[in-house]
Design a protein around this ligand. Structure first.
Ligand code: NAD
Length: 485
């Protein structure tokens, strides 16, 4: 299939222009469904980060001096361009990431919506006035941070790249995006859409490795604000590296999210929620929000488990470009092998592989794994504690309420928690006891645009998707004045 890639081959995007990397190095973008190379893109090193930071630093003041209405107008035009190009962009995202095409279409729509939402918040980013005695004026101003570095993961390449531009740009910052080394195409195509729209330097896109290009962004003294989405170990490394230059950091990290099923719930509804919560048909289970620990009450355990297993077994795994397929391949080889090793170790620890756990018959190429359900999982097992980030769901049984709460909160993560019950008191009591940044009752329920998203504990620092995120790309300065000397 021809993909019609518009961003030039073997290049990256700096200062409003596509150009080769300073070293001339390139990296492969692989299609995880058939292991072929789709494209080579420029591979950024330290010199490219220097160049991008320099042009961003020059572009930021004039961009920040524009009216927010003007910046919002340009962002809305970017959203319009995304929508007009949705079919092409979603096919590129699917070929590069392996996400099912239905998921990629939803991501393009969500990207446009996110940009428009943030564009509308521009007027809310002012400071405050503080009560002061007669003759004194005390107020705060919010000013852009200047240059923002955004480092994003592989699982929603286009959506995350679009979000990476929106909030920093509306508040008057220039942005440098480092896409994942395994899914760089979408961010470059997005950069292509900004040509003739955003002033040169306001956006740079630097594909490259994390340890090299990522670290150079985090360490660069002129990049004052870092927003990272990715794994806990990388988040820790970034926080440490950012300390030297005292820069503001937000971290959106992993999750090991519980889905708690109470005995009053219809087992079919519980099983449907468990499958939907895994985000299999949007990102092959590679979602920080995936409900990978299902805690089922003893009274409904057998029925719920039978339904979950049947539903997992019925999922069609295959090339993600075809609408008929529900689940595609994992994003890259190393990750695929990691996920398989997780399942092998869980089995060695005593978990039962009820369905999945292997490559599907007839799919010899590509990083396909049949969606997997593990039973007999106990809270102490690695599989109950660590994020797998794939189509692997663990079922745990509970009967004692307090013990269930301990299990639900008993990992180092705290991203989302999900409670299923029609008993209002139980729902509220349990939701209130969850140490998670997002608690969903009787979901999965689509979070209304603007709902803050972010983790507690090792799941991260800071919030995204609402006014707090937009404000986090500003610095607040207090001004206190007397009317007369
Ligand atoms: P990762 O941490 O391996 O990589 C993320 C990004 O960081 C990539 O662009 C990578 O190149 C870069 N990177 C790697 N090492 C770096 C370093 N030392 N310095 C700077 N940058 C570096 O994560 P991944 O495998 O791409 O993504 C999966 C993880 O992302 C999962 O843990 C998942 O839960 C998390 N995630 C979280 C959210 C959220 O909103 N909380 C959303 C999506 C994914």
């Amino acid at each position: 299939m021809t993909l019609n890639l518009l961003a030039p081959e073997r290049q990256l995007f700096v200062g409003g222009q596509f150009r080769p990397s300073a070293s001339g190095r390139c990296m492969d973008c692989e299609n995880p469904a058939d292991e072929t190379v789709i494209r080579q893109v420029g591979m950024a090193g330290t010199a490219d980060v220097e160049a991008a930071a320099e042009v961003a630093g020059r572009a930021a003041p004039a961009w920040g001096d524009q009216s927010w209405e003007h910046r919002a107008e340009l962002l809305r035009e970017l959203a319009r361009r995304l929508r007009a190009d949705a079919d092409r962009l979603s096919r590129i995202d699917t070929e590069d990431s392996g996400n099912p095409i239905r998921g990629s279409r939803a991501d393009v729509a969500a990207a446009a919506k996110a940009i428009e939402y943030v564009a509308g918040l521009g007027g809310e980013c002012g400071g405050r006035s503080i009560p002061a005695p007669a003759g004194v004026l005390s107020f705060t101003r919010r000013v852009p941070c200047g240059v923002v570095g955004r480092i994003i993961p592989f699982n929603h390449p286009l959506l995350f790249a679009a979000q990476a531009i929106a909030a920093p740009a509306i508040t008057g910052n220039a942005v440098i995006i480092k896409p994942s080394d395994t899914t760089a195409l979408a961010a470059l195509e997005l950069a292509k859409l900004t040509e003739g729209l955003l002033p040169p330097g306001v956006l740079s896109v630097l594909p490259g490795s994390g340890p090299e290009a990522g670290t150079a962004i985090v360490r660069h003294p002129a990049i004052r604000r870092i927003a990272f989405t990715g794994s806990v170990p990388t988040g820790r490394a970034i926080l440490r590296a950012a300390a030297d230059n005292m820069k503001a950091v937000s971290l959106e990290l992993g999750g090991k999210n519980p889905l708690i099923c109470f005995p009053d719930i219809d087992p079919e509804a519980a099983a449907a929620a468990a499958v939907l919560g895994m985000n299999l048909t949007s990102s092959n289970g590679q979602s920080c929000q995936s409900t990978s620990r299902v805690l089922v009450h003893d009274q409904i355990y057998d029925e719920v488990v039978a339904q979950i297993v049947a539903r997992f077994a019925a999922l069609r795994v295959g090339p993600p470009q075809h609408d008929a397929n529900d689940v595609g391949p994992l994003a890259h080889r190393e990750h695929f092998e990691n996920v398989i090793r997780f399942v092998e170790r869980a089995a060695a620890d005593g978990a039962e592989v009820a369905v999945g756990g292997a490559r599907p018959d007839g799919l010899d190429k590509g990083y396909f794994l049949t969606p997997t359900v593990l039973l007999g999982v106990t809270p102490d097992m690695e599989i109950a504690q660590e994020e797998v980030f794939g189509p692997v769901l663990s079922v745990l049984r509970w009967s004692d309420y307090d013990e269930m709460l301990r299990i639900a909160n008993g990992t180092r993560y705290g991203l989302t928690a999900n409670v299923l019950t029609n008993d209002f008191g139980a729902a509220w009591r349990t939701a209130a006891a969850m140490r998670a940044g997002v608690v969903l009752i009787n979901g999965p329920v689509a979070k209304p645009t603007g709902t803050p998203f972010g983790g507690l504990k090792d799941s991260g620092l800071g919030k995204e998707n609402g006014i707090q995120e937009v404000l986090s790309y500003t610095e607040e300065i207090s001004v206190v004045a007397k009317f007369e000397m």
